[in-house]
Design a protein around this ligand. Structure first.
Ligand code: ADP
Ligand code: MG
Length: 324
């Protein structure tokens, strides 16, 4: 939205307000010229800003918070304009939201990094305190340390992947990618887990899209990794590609624990998990689906979820025609 411009005369009556002012403050379009500021816009911070300029004769800039009729963060810049006072108002709500998302992310990352680090420190301290000579436990503790170090490394990999995705948004050179090849590679990577859990893989894939192969591999790997992780032992995972004129859909379906509906809206958020402790225990970072979502965005597509508690999950990567 463009900047709001408001001009007040010496006695504080509105002599000019542009369309953006009406939009920012949800005002009915006319009828505010000639009225006092507070009669039209009931935002005390704004009249304070104007007062501050009147008193000091200097330009004043201030952030303001509008609560009604909608919550908005505004930035107001007021200055003398001859005998009048001109106020420029910018809606900075989106910027503020981004800022708070960023700082939430930093807080989350710190917390997530700290969890395995605290565990490592705990086992090391215990070993140093004497457990190193305890043949019943020393090996077990070292294995715990190794597992937590792996978690740390996975976390850092995923955080870097996410930040690269953000920086390179849309710039990566695209090429023709045969999805079956990327699926094959992902299945190879996951072969040990598939074997250990006796997962039956049904792979009915074929088809090509235009994209970045390593990113598409990563998206497929994340979905298959989840499907295997959240399947019951001996379960079946199906990979299907369906093509229509307008879209190509790659779906990964499992028959495991599923995701209760109340989590669907947030499941693609960073670090959001149905069961945090369990996800960590299984070596998860909570970033996999956020990465998948990002990857599909740079490919001009989307990711969809169908699932219910106890009924398995179906994740679908949807590519639209201009990327086929
Ligand atoms: N196929 C699935 N079946 C059941 N739950 C799933 C599935 N895929 C993802 N989830 C849920 O979504 C959460 C987020 O997934 P993801 O971002 O890949 O993180 P992670 O696997 O590291 O925990 C998981 O913790 C899990 O609760
Ligand atoms: Mg995962």
């Amino acid at each position: 939205m463009s900047e709001g411009v408001l001009v007040l005369d010496v006695v504080g009556k509105i002599v000019f307000a542009n369309q953006a002012i009406a939009e920012i403050f949800s005002l009915a379009n006319d009828g505010f010229i000639g009225k006092r500021l507070l009669e039209v816009i009931r935002l005390v911070e704004l009249s304070d800003l104007v007062e501050a300029v009147r008193r000091s004769g200097q330009p004043v800039e201030r952030e303001m918070k509008l609560v009604f009729p909608a919550e908005k963060n505004l930035l107001g810049l007021a200055n003398l304009a001859g005998d009048n006072i001109a106020v420029i108002i910018r809606d900075i709500t989106a910027m503020k939201q981004l800022e708070s998302l960023r700082s939430d992310f930093v807080a989350n990352v710190s917390h997530e990094l700290k969890t395995p680090l605290t565990a490592i420190k705990g086992y090391v301290d215990t070993l140093v305190a004497g457990a190193i000579d305890d043949p019943d436990n020393n090996r077990r503790f070292l294995e715990k340390i190794a597992k937590n170090a792996d978690s740390l490394a996975a976390l850092i990999d995923d955080i870097l992947a996410l930040s690269r995705l953000e920086v390179h948004r849309g710039i990566a050179p695209f090429e023709k990618v045969f999805l079956a090849d990327e699926i094959e590679k992902a299945l190879e990577t996951l072969a040990p887990a598939i074997k250990e859990k006796r997962i039956e893989i049904v792979n009915l894939s074929g088809g090509a899209v235009v994209g970045e192969p390593s990113q598409l591999y990563r998206a497929i790997l994340n979905l298959l990794d989840n499907a295997i992780k959240y399947s019951h032992p001996g379960g079946k995972v199906e990979i299907v590609i369906a093509k229509t004129e307008k879209e190509l859909c790659l779906s990964v379906t499992d028959h495991g624990m599923g995701i209760p509906a109340e989590h669907h809206a947030r499941i693609f958020e960073r670090f959001y998990r149905v069961d945090k402790a369990r996800s960590r225990e299984m070596g998860g970072t909570g970033l996999g689906l956020a990465i998948v979502k990002h990857i599909m965005e740079i490919h001009g597509g989307r990711v969809e979820l169908k699932s219910a508690a106890g009924q398995g999950a179906k994740f679908t990567l949807v590519f639209v025609s201009r990327h086929l």
